[in-house]
Ligand binder design. Structure first.
Ligand code: XMP
Length: 319
């Protein structure tokens, strides 16, 4: 009989059996899947779980602090926060191609994560938030919830000599089931039901070259958009919503003169599977209100546009 409580009990049972008194390492991203794994493993093995949270400087407004507040402060999970903003941004300097940016962000993550993992002693397991749809997607994946990692199938690309065993406690669950056990484990509902966020983060929402100045502006605009969606009860009616930074300047007027600043696009979609999507028909009054707030409250933005492209022909992200 499927209840969140049963699933959690089962999972804790076999985690304890597999892991014994060994230590488990988890890359915590703040996304739903890794968050639920963290909560589950913390309940099962407490301090035998060590999380590494890499702040790449491309996260949403105050996201790093929120992850630390939820896991480290409230739940007492051992979390090592690595502030790697400079490393990511310096490697991204001058790079404009979207796929190149994705590669650099992915590789830098692996380097930073490995470096932290290498400092830890006595870790025997690597936990991952793999869920059932991921298992189906990656053909040839081994069955079983715990097994030894093949080096090429090793997402973290950890140093060979660490020889970690892989622990995937969500491997048999669908997303909605993962969310339900997350709530049951005491994670905040707004974390568990958050819109998806791409791994490369703001790196693919800043068109062209990524700069800290752009990321800082984008975070503020995105925060206003999301905050207003929540306030007006529209957040849960959209599947994904965010702002995109356009590094082009546009002329505007203020009370005392002219401004010549950047453009931000708002993007909101409704979709079931993210393979196709329609742009969310948000109320004009709402768009008007958000647009005014963004231009009035943020230095550096003089114009706001709304993306009315479906998928297809567009993609959800702009890069
Ligand atoms: P697109 O833009 O392809 O996005 O219509 C479909 C969904 O995938 C997310 N997305 C990504 N997620 N790494 C990720 O982890 C990526 O590089 C990436 N690119 C797109 C996007 O946010 C949307 O939910």
């Amino acid at each position: 009989d499927w209840t969140p409580g049963n699933i959690i009990e089962d999972a804790i049972g076999w985690v304890l059996e597999s892991v014994g008194d060994e230590q488990v390492l988890l890359g915590l991203s703040g996304g739903v899947d890794s968050s639920v794994v963290a909560a589950l493993l913390h309940k099962a093995i407490g301090d035998q779980l060590i999380c590494v949270f890499v702040d790449n400087g491309l996260l949403r407004h105050q996201e790093g602090d929120q992850v630390m507040a939820t896991f480290a402060e409230h739940m007492g999970v051992r979390v090592i926060r690595v502030d790697a903003e400079e490393r990511f941004l310096s490697r991204l300097k001058g790079v404009t191609d979207p796929e190149q940016k994705r590669k650099i962000i992915g590789n830098t993550f692996i380097d930073v994560f490995d470096e932290e993992a290498g400092k830890l002693e006595r870790v025997a397991w690597l936990a991952q938030g793999t869920i059932y749809p991921d298992v189906i997607e990656s053909a040839g994946a081994k069955s079983g919830k715990a097994h030894v990692i093949k080096s090429h199938h090793n997402v973290g690309g950890l140093p060979e000599e660490m020889n970690l065993k892989l622990l995937e406690p969500l491997r048999e669950l669908f997303k909605d089931e993962v969310r339900k056990i997350g709530v049951e484990l005491g994670l905040p509902a707004d974390m568990v039901y958050r819109h998806p966020f791409p791994g490369p983060g703001l790196g693919v929402r800043i068109l062209g070259e990524v700069k800290k100045e752009y990321a800082d502006i984008l975070r503020l605009a995105d925060h206003i958009f999301i905050e207003e969606l929540r306030k007006q009860d529209l957040y849960d009616k959209t599947s994904q919503a965010f702002c995109v930074f356009l590094p082009v300047k546009s002329v505007g007027v203020t009370g005392d003169g002219r401004r010549y600043e950047y453009v931000v696009a708002m993007r909101a979609v409704e979709t079931i599977d993210f393979m196709t999507a329609r742009w969310a028909h948000l109320p004009y009054d709402f768009l008007d209100h958000v647009s005014r707030r963004i231009v009035n409250e943020i230095n550096g933005i003089s114009r706001v546009v709304y993306d009315v492209t479906g998928k297809p022909p567009g993609t959800i992200e702009w890069e």
